[in-house]
Design a protein around this ligand. Structure first.
Ligand code: UDP
Ligand code: UDP
Ligand code: UDP
Length: 457
């Protein structure tokens, strides 16, 4: 008897290529593990050296924990300064990768079994698509977008948005009006790397087979609708929220959290690469002491961890640390945010609204007070508020304006004392869980993608 079609289906082999920064690497690691646990062969393309120590540490731990996932080392050609204003080391790395991708095809052809698809990070999608599209037979190319569907929708409207930058709002069908103050200024300036890079990546979207986004249907219905209606775009696959990576190590903050009452602690973190100014750090510290809630605060003094050597005491002063005793814990260095957000003692999250942080809070049902500062963060904060996961103050984070300790204490009290918000965050958590159920919207899309790539190698 002939074998049934399913029994001879070869599992797809998918190569994933993240660009720079933990906000990009983590979702790529999570997607890699999810594809692998759903039967795919997976190769992760990694560049050397990484910008941050956190990236190289996470890569080593990831490959040790997932020996079935192949690692393809990709050597970058030396960086040549371009015409764009670009001093951000993470953006420079993105540019370096884009300038090196022509070296990729011979490396990919050595992989075994042959590749069924490549998933490239959005900031390097143009380079990857330009290099791989002429290949015969063509390799299906997808991009993984690590920001919100809402911010991605805005990106797909560049350069049209630049022509509207004298208005106070930008209007996009299905999304409604977005105040110009929520759009990062470099995005509307064609002379920046940020803007030029987005425009070139958007121009390549029509060559791709699909766009994966770490979001889910009930979280961003309007933006998913706006993207799906855009005839120029390939298939939109909202496959989030991503599952967490299984970690062996217990975070060093957990013994302290274990001693705290349920929902009594506010967790404060601005992500992997955003540092507040020293004066703002002092206001935040004093504000936290005035809230009456316990707090766990991850302090960052610089953009790249390797250059951020100051100790907590040097930044905050020893007398401040005395006052913190019994009230909170201030840590520097990497913590396992997902483990913390999932801990019973956490009652609220003061977040810069990096998209990974937002999706983690959603998946774990933690109410958010958003304090967005740069890039996509204000647009992500709009999503947080719209869906009922949290709230934010529009005036904060604009320009150099310092936010005072009393104002900070007041907002954190609003966050920690708001039972309605807590209820709504739990509803978001339930919807996130449903999206990941076997018949849930996100799960069906990822399994459909894997099915469609079988026998494509
Ligand atoms: N993160 C963490 N520990 C830290 C700092 C960050 O686990 O000490 C994780 C966080 O959970 C998130 C990612 O790093 O998954 C940061 O990405 P996000 O998009 O929130 O912000 P970015 O760092 O890109 O600004
Ligand atoms: N930046 C950052 N974290 C981010 C996004 C941006 O540290 O998540 C950096 C960015 O690379 C730049 C600076 O902050 O060097 C200012 O960013 P941007 O121009 O986007 O923000 P603005 O303050 O102008 O709104
Ligand atoms: N982005 C891009 N090219 C760039 C900078 C940003 O495509 O040069 C996109 C990318 O999808 C990123 C989003 O814009 O996730 C927001 O960028 P930002 O620097 O604020 O965040 P991060 O890179 O830390 O996620």
């Amino acid at each position: 008897m002939a074998a049934t079609a399913t029994s001879i289906d070869a599992p797809p082999h998918i190569a994933l290529f993240p660009c720079a920064g933990m906000g990009h690497l983590l979702p790529f690691l999570r997607l890699s593990a999810m594809l692998s646990s759903r039967g795919c062969s997976v190769t992760l393309i990694t560049v050397n050296p990484t910008v941050s120590a956190a990236e190289s540490d996470h890569l080593s731990a990831f490959f040790a924990a997932h020996p079935q996932i192949q690692r393809l080392h990709f050597q970058l050609i030396p960086y040549k300064k371009s015409n764009f204003t670009n001093e951000d080391p993470f953006f420079i790395q993105m540019e370096s990768i884009s300038n090196s991708v022509h070296l990729l095809p011979p490396l990919l052809s050595t992989l075994s079994p042959p590749l069924s698809a490549v998933v490239a990070d959005f900031p390097i999608a143009h380079g990857v698509a330009t290099t791989l599209s002429p290949e015969q037979p063509p390799i299906p190319i997808y991009t993984l977008v690590t920001t919100s569907a809402r911010f991605f929708t805005l990106m797909t409207h560049l350069p049209h948005l630049i022509t509207q930058k004298d208005n106070s709002c930008i209007e996009i069908p299905s999304l409604g009006k977005i105040p110009l103050s929520n759009i990062p200024p470099p995005m509307l300036d064609p002379n920046t790397f940020f803007s030029a890079n987005i425009i070139s990546n958007v121009s390549s979207l029509s060559k791709l087979n699909g766009v994966l986004i770490n979001t889910f249907d009930s979280f961003e219905p309007e933006a998913i609708e706006a993207l799906s209606q855009n005839a120029v775009l390939p298939e939109i696959l909202h496959v989030g929220p991503f599952e967490s990576l299984e970690t062996e190590a217990r975070a060093h903050t957990l013994p302290w959290l274990d001693e705290q009452a349920p929902k009594s602690v506010v967790f404060v973190s601005f992500g992997s690469r955003t540092a507040l100014s020293k004066p703002q750090i002092r206001e935040l510290g004093n504000g936290l002491l005035k809230t009456g809630s316990k707090f766990l605060w991850v302090l960052k003094g610089g953009k790249v961890d390797k250059d951020d050597k100051e100790e907590v005491g040097e930044i905050l002063g020893e007398s401040f640390l005395e006052r913190v005793k019994g009230k909170g814990l201030v840590v520097k260095g990497w913590v396992d945010q997902e483990l913390i957000l999932g801990h019973a003692a956490i009652g609220g999250f003061v977040s810069h609204c990096g998209w990974n942080s937002v999706t983690e809070a959603a998946r774990l049902g933690v109410p958010v007070f958003g304090w967005p500062l740069h890039g996509d963060q204000r647009v992500n904060a709009e999503v947080v508020e719209k869906v009922g996961l949290g709230f934010w103050v529009r005036e904060w984070g604009l320009g150099e304006k310092l936010v005072g300790e009393n104002e900070i204490a007041e907002k954190i009290k609003d966050l920690m004392g708001n039972e309605n918000l807590r209820g709504r965050a739990m509803e978001v958590k339930e919807k996130a869980r449903l999206a990941r159920e076997i018949d849930g919207s996100s799960e069906m899309l990822i399994r459909g993608l894997i099915e469609s790539l079988k026998n494509k190698g």
